[in-house]
Design a protein around this ligand. Structure first.
Ligand code: MN
Length: 412
């Protein structure tokens, strides 16, 4: 995954998630530093405001306010040319042949912070959150389970990236516990509904991209322009209460079964850092409408895995190995569709992929599919089994370049 031509004077072990070729953005603090933007390289975080204060970020249009803000939104409002130039500048400063920091112990001390001394925070204030439904295998699996196995995809599915508007306020950082939600369900279809803790709590393996400010309200963004409005991506666990969802979703779609929490990884990996992972998407048949057509490789080969660690256990069970390339609709198509009616975007909006399932059992991105609606339990190393997620379980999603998003479920 690493680009050998980009070597740092900082020692980064081979296969590390955060080589110099990556350099993701996040918000960190230490006992001496208020929460602020930083970039991750190996086992250090680069303090961008410290670089600015020492004159290393001249000419980029940055200032102290932006680089000590508690979220990345002010930086993102400066637009893609600025964030790209900033990342390139830091890449240059940290590259093996650049002596500016390398040979200056004072500057190194001021600008580089050991990861072990940092606390991570929500990287962006999420304004609006949209969740798509763009993995064909996931949509087929759900269609087979709940509708007609012979017509698993609904008639619109191959004509547009289906999505819904979710809840931004409950998107939380990796490490924040999620409380099992209460809600209304109807476990017995011959009986009235009941109220209580969800019994079918699930994860959804997703990735989400974060946007820059878009065009003014009323204007659309084409597939060709779409990447100019994407900052980067995070791992995204879209927690779901299947029993609440099943009873509530007709006719307006997901609501309380979804809005109690979603978890993200702390480092936003830029689109530029993922450029070498581009791959072609699937052939889209039937042909899509003009505004959804695109050119070039717009899918990404990012292996993904999900592990469940039972309460108190030292090791867990990997229950899913999938890949971000298993998408029918890519992010450019999602953004073009989202704005084709003139809907505007703001810096910090988050757009999630939908559950990313592959074609094989073992690559399904939710317990709903893995246990096939609870009919095929998964064995855990401690002898227990899982159909859905239990109190005390920790769900960890990982990907090269992204690190992880890890969340413990606490009782209702
Ligand atoms: Mn979802």
């Amino acid at each position: 995954m690493t680009d050998a031509s980009l070597t740092s004077w900082i020692d980064v072990p081979a296969g590390h998630d955060f080589p110099l070729a990556n350099l993701p953005f996040g918000i960190f603090s230490t006992p001496q530093r208020t929460p602020r933007p930083g970039m991750r390289l190996g086992e250090v975080v680069v303090d961008l405001d410290a670089l600015l204060g020492r004159g290393h970020l001249e000419g980029l249009g940055l200032n102290h306010e932006v680089l000590t803000a508690t979220v990345l939104n002010p930086l993102m409002r400066l637009g893609k040319p600025t964030t790209v130039a900033l990342r390139e500048r830091v890449q240059s400063l940290m590259s093996a042949d650049n002596p500016a920091l390398r040979d200056n112990p004072d500057a190194r001390e001021a600008c580089l912070v050991p990861v072990a001394t940092t606390t991570m925070h929500m990287p962006v204030e999420v304004g609006d959150y949209t969740d798509f439904y763009s993995s064909e295998d996931h949509a087929r699996n759900v269609g087979k389970m709940f509708r007609d196995p012979d017509n698993a995809l609904l008639p619109n599915w191959k004509h547009m990236p289906v999505g819904y508007h979710g809840r931004a306020s409950s998107i939380v950082l990796s490490g924040t516990p999620i409380r099992r939600p209460h809600g209304q369900t109807r476990p017995n279809e011959d009986q009235p509904p009941v109220f209580g803790p969800s019994r079918l709590l699930d994860f959804e393996l997703e990735m989400a991209f974060v946007t820059f400010d878009g065009k003014p309200l009323g204007e659309r963004i084409s597939t060709a322009e779409a990447e100019d409005y994407m900052f980067g991506l995070v791992l995204f666990n879209d927690w779901s209460a299947r029993d609440i969802q099943k009873w509530e979703y007709v006719p307006l779609g997901p609501f309380l079964g979804k809005n109690f929490g979603s978890s993200i990884s702390p480092w936003i990996v830029t689109l530029e850092a993922l450029d070498h992972l581009r791959v072609a998407g699937p052939t889209q048949d039937p042909a899509v409408l003009d505004y959804l057509q695109y050119h070039g490789d717009s899918h990404y080969d990012v292996p993904l895995e999900v592990e469940i660690i039972p309460d108190g256990a030292s090791s867990g069970q990997v229950v899913c190995r999938s890949n971000f390339r298993h998408m029918y609709w890519n992010m450019r198509q999602q953004l073009a569709h989202h704005t084709v009616n003139g809907c505007n975007l703001r810096a910090g909006d988050m757009m999630a992929s939908g559950t990313i399932s592959g074609p094989e059992p073992g690559s399904f991105g939710s317990m709903l599919e893995i246990s096939w609606r609870g009919t095929q339990p998964v064995a855990m190393p401690d002898g227990s089994e899982r159909k859905f997620i239990l109190d005390g379980d920790t769900v960890v999603m990982r990907a090269p370049y992204f690190g992880s998003v890890s969340t413990r479920v606490i009782p209702a």
